[in-house]
Design a protein around this ligand. Sequence first.
Ligand SMILES: NC(=O)c1ccc[n+]([C@@H]2O[C@H](COP(=O)([O-])OP(=O)(O)OC[C@H]3O[C@@H](n4cnc5c(N)ncnc54)[C@H](OP(=O)(O)O)[C@@H]3O)[C@@H](O)[C@H]2O)c1
Length: 484
Amino acid sequence: MPDADKQMKNILITGATGYIGRRLKDRLLTEGNYNLRLLVRNSNKVRPSVLDQVEIVEGDTFNSEVLDKALQDIDIAYYLIHSMESGSDYKNLDRISAENFREAAIRAGVKRIIYLGRLGVKGTASKHLMSRIETGEILSARPDRIQTVWFRAGVIIGSGSAGFEIIRNLLQKLPVMITPTWVNTMTQPIAVDDVLSYLAAAAQKDLPGDTVVDIGASPMSFRQMMTSAARVMELSRFMIPVPVLSPRLSSYWLILFTPIPYKLASALVEGLKSETLVLNDHAIRYFPEITPMPYQDAVKKALREIEENQVLSRWCDSSAGAVCDIKDKDDPASSVLRDQREYPLNGASPDKIFAAACSLGGEEGWFHYHFLWQLRGLIDKVIGGYGLSRGRRERGRLRIGDSLDFWKVADIKENKRLLLVAQMKLPGKAWLEFDIQPDKLVQTAHFIPKGLWGKIYWYSVLPLHHLVFTNLAKQIILRGQRSA
Ligand SMILES: NC(=O)c1ccc[n+]([C@@H]2O[C@H](COP(=O)([O-])OP(=O)(O)OC[C@H]3O[C@@H](n4cnc5c(N)ncnc54)[C@H](OP(=O)(O)O)[C@@H]3O)[C@@H](O)[C@H]2O)c1
């Protein structure tokens, strides 16, 4: 099949701040050949070095003016969006989003939409999978006006992917695992790099009309995925299957031992009950040059990237909700309750103090009172939040949108300011701000309480705040001094 001409195509990537979108954007930038435009809900989430190489349109798929602007003069548009974390209405939002997108793409004369959905069939589909299938059907509902290439993948294995993080955490934390019977369900995992190869190649190929392309490496059960990853990690692990582990219990099990929250865990568990296998040969037929790497190699690569501090994106980068989790208007300046501490830098330079603040969390922990943070994290997990176990993407460096335990990075001004917004379950809205001035560090915990309960919460944790935040600021300065 002859390739389409390789002139500079105009490409739009949606979901460019998400797990797949971030990596696809990097892949296409490396390949060259394209004029890239990103549709993002908050451009601050795009690294400054990328901003010079792409065009940005800010907004979401619920706004047709934004879509018209984003899709103007575009040849090929990637649709890498979902609203899974938006609450019970997410199916409806996903439907509206896909319809808006398809219609705007037709208006703009876009030639092809490339969509990545999930493997699985309607009969046994979970609610989440059903929504992914519906999205594909909506995007490809007008073959007379626009072509759609719909990839379908199962568990994606890559550093920071939800599937891989679950496997890695369970194996690292549990020498003996009680497993539900569905660990024998068959699936076809695929390395994230192979997913990107398919997505990137689809921008270059001539393909006949609408095409659904199922992608995956060799079939294996979830049990085989676990034992094979254990071998790669050189761990001896035992699995004891029990018939009584219901989806609900399995989800609780997952939130206890992995970084993912209940909502995502229960959606994944629901999905794992049914087979997710490749049902067509279109990957081999249309993309013969791509051979998905074996599962063990994908695991090795993911582990190597974590080891080498090279994790490009994580499952928790995006908010995947109806609105972006990082909002410019959301400023702690309007907070009504504050715990503010000022300490002199004692000779440490602002850049060292900034670096010390940016090294917080994850494996580094939170200094002397880390156990109190852990306790808060445990309470958060129990009530359905992220807890402390999300850790961080990279050691040392942060970018806006990075998760940091139960915080998210809301703003960074190099060597001047680090602003974290709380994503733990709280009766209000909270931030932690490090304002680094030439001679002092001003550390502020901001809080906007929600009603009376919010105020009661704030005043009841004040004694703990005193311990934790005093120590935090002092230790940041000490760390900054030591690295000077
Ligand atoms: N990751 C996997 O393991 C996996 C496996 C199989 C298939 N897939 C499929 O791959 C696709 C991409 O998944 P992903 O894991 O990359 O998702 P993700 O990490 O959750 O990212 C979702 C992206 O969509 C953006 N977004 C959400 N709603 C939007 C809207 N209405 N308008 C504009 N942007 C919006 C988010 O922006 P914010 O940053 O502003 O939130 C984020 O950039 C999905 O269709 C998914 O089903 C993923």
